[in-house]
Write a protein that binds this ligand. Structure first.
Ligand code: PGA
Length: 216
């Protein structure tokens, strides 16, 4: 089961230290893979901290540049991310909506991530967003717009429909949107569901730990 925590544009270095300290002696069920996605500014700190303290948590980036390294002010290219992270989120609904990321740009980002060996979590809020994307080696995060950041998680039937309709059955699918410790099991117990992507529920270390515990 994949349990992913997306910190978005939250958490200072001090707060990250306090968060990680809570995981120092955690014994995770071996069937779980936990990945947190801190802001770029914390990738170095968080990846060093989990390594140095033997914490069984992996690290991912929240985005990747569509360009290779070079003269691209403000961009963070895949090989810079790869030093610290194994995973990357691409196509998150907040980037599509607020920044205007389109399919062409998202496809470029997926290419860059593949070139440098980052595992992609491709976020889609409907099946149309998946069409035209080579998803063969991706993890798909199904995140309906109405469920992200709203405390209004998606109807389970809607999630089942997405799971059934996606033609490539070999691809791992996770659900994201208003996940908490009370509702997580409802999604992780669905057939062919591989995990969850948690936003606000991952900011508090105890709340995230409760989600992890209740997911299996
Ligand atoms: P949320 O965010 O859990 O706060 O709804 C989910 C996400 O953006 O991945």
């Amino acid at each position: 089961m994949l349990i992913f925590g997306n910190w978005k544009s939250n958490i200072t270095k001090n707060e990250a230290k306090i968060w990680l300290e809570k995981y120092s002696n955690i014994n995770l069920d071996p069937s779980l893979k936990v990945v947190i996605f801190p802001p770029y500014t914390l990738l170095d700190f968080v990846s060093s901290y989990v390594k140095d303290n033997n914490i069984a948590i992996n690290v991912g980036a929240q985005d990747i540049s569509a360009f290779n390294k070079g003269a691209f002010t403000g961009e963070v290219s895949g090989d810079l991310i790869r030093e610290f992270a194994d995973y990357v989120l691409i196509g998150h609904i907040e980037r599509r909506k607020l920044i205007g990321e389109d399919k062409e740009l998202i496809n470029e980002k997926i290419k860059r991530a593949r070139e440098c060996g980052l595992k992609v979590i491709f976020c889609a809020s409907n099946l149309e967003e998946v069409a035209g994307i080579d998803i063969s080696d991706l993890i798909i995060a199904f995140e309906p717009i109405s469920a992200v950041g709203t405390s209004n998680p998606a109807d389970v039937e809607m999630v089942k429909h997405f799971l059934n309709e996606l033609s490539d059955k070999s691809v791992k699918i996770i659900y994201g949107g208003s996940i908490n410790s009370e509702n997580v099991k409802k999604y992780t117990e669905l057939e062919n569901m591989s995990g969850v992507l948690v936003g606000s529920g991952s900011l508090n270390p105890q709340a995230f730990m409760d989600i992890i515990k209740n997911a299996v």
